[in-house]
Design a protein around this ligand. Structure first.
Ligand code: B12
Length: 289
């Protein structure tokens, strides 16, 4: 599958780092700022290059713009990202997502990440409330189903794109299996769990939505995950889902894997072995788990 990387030119990179183009050139020549050289000799930058530079050179980039400044909205966004004004950002992301504007949603995620906000903070304080508000608007019939789909897909897509700039340790600290039960379509929370674990250095096996219970046994045998993270948002058939959950817990116990669960679906399920499975309530808890 071809995957075109989003790149920035020297002017855009200078815009974000708040310096002029000649400084960008110098930093790349000194090896302080990584870049890709095109066949024609032009410098291209990935967001991950800027993220690494910002992390290592906090002083030099005190004037960094977290969003490229091209309009008044950009200025305002930059200001609220820098101030960590999540109330403003939640409203902004909700409205942009409802309009299906992935680019804007992604700008906010990238800006916060470049501004050194930990992923779990971005997910707990921005995306979770924005998604909850979208769900409430739909439940109150203030938006249509298609608008709810636009919004949740815009957020999901922006989240996947953010994964492209997350700095992932090369040294792995273990393997974690992330799954939803076999009737579950809600997988956005699980994607966020995936990112938080990957950034911590776990090798993540993401089976996601509608995971067939039959195959889980093979996964344990082949990959020996030490951890299993299950997200359940909505349980349609509690006895059938309980059976799946019990089976996964049993397999985890046999393979000495720990189980972490989260989401409202678990209100309808029983944890029969509390010593094996831990309930988590936020992405900060995933970060600390
Ligand atoms: C996006 C969305 C969808 C998308 C899902 C797209 C996708 N790829 O995920 C689509 C359109 C497919 C969808 C479908 C449906 N949805 Co829907 N959906 C939502 C919405 C708006 C956001 C869900 C979300 O991602 N939330 C963000 C996460 C981060 O929040 P959270 O789930 O509360 O999780 C928190 C914790 O529980 C925890 N957490 C969650 N999982 C995990 C896992 C681990 C390991 C850990 C540590 C922590 C953790 O972290 C979060 C932070 O606090 C919610 C609204 C809402 N209130 O959430 C409705 C909502 C969940 N959906 C709902 C419904 C009814 C449905 C449908 C039945 C609609 C229909 N009639 O077809 C179907 C069911 C599909 C299915 N079989 O699963 C209801 C559920 C009501 C209920 N209690 O049963 C909600 C609450 C909307 C509402 N207000 O009524 N939906």
């Amino acid at each position: 599958m071809s995957h075109e990387l989003q790149t920035l030119n020297s002017i855009e990179a200078a815009n974000i780092l708040g310096v002029n183009v000649s400084t960008i050139k110098r930093w790349t020549e000194e090896g302080k700022l990584e870049c890709i050289k095109t066949a024609g000799g032009h410098r291209k930058f990935l967001m991950s290059h800027l993220a690494a530079f910002l992390e290592q050179n906090k002083k030099k980039t005190s004037r960094a713009n977290l969003v490229p400044l091209e309009s008044e909205i950009d200025l305002l966004l930059n200001y609220h990202i820098m101030k960590g004004n999540f109330d403003y950002l939640v409203n902004f992301v909700r409205e942009q997502a409802l309009a299906g504007n992935r680019e804007r949603v992604q700008q906010v995620l990238n800006g916060l990440y470049l501004g050194q906000y930990p992923l779990h903070v971005i997910y707990d304080q921005l995306l979770t409330p924005a998604l909850h508000q979208i769900g409430d608007l739909w439940a109150e019939e203030k938006i249509s189903v298609i608008e709810e789909h636009f919004a949740s897909q815009a957020i999901r897509d922006s989240l996947i794109r953010l994964q492209g700039i997350i700095r992932i340790p090369t040294e792995k600290i273990g393997a974690a299996l992330c799954l939803n039960f076999s009737s579950e379509l809600h997988d956005i929370a699980l994607k966020m769990v995936d990112h938080v674990l990957e950034a911590r250095g776990f090798r993540v096996l993401f089976s996601g939505q509608i995971t067939p219970p039959l195959n889980i046994e093979q996964v344990f045998a082949a990959y020996h995950p030490e951890r299993v993270y299950i997200s359940s948002t909505r349980v349609e058939n509690p006895p059938a889902t309980q059976e799946e959950f019990d089976r996964i817990c049993q397999l985890s116990a046999e393979h000495h894997a720990r189980v972490f669960v989260g989401g409202n679906g678990f209100r309808a399920l029983e944890i029969k072995n509390p010593a094996l499975a831990t309930v988590l309530h936020s992405f900060e808890e995933v970060f600390l788990s």
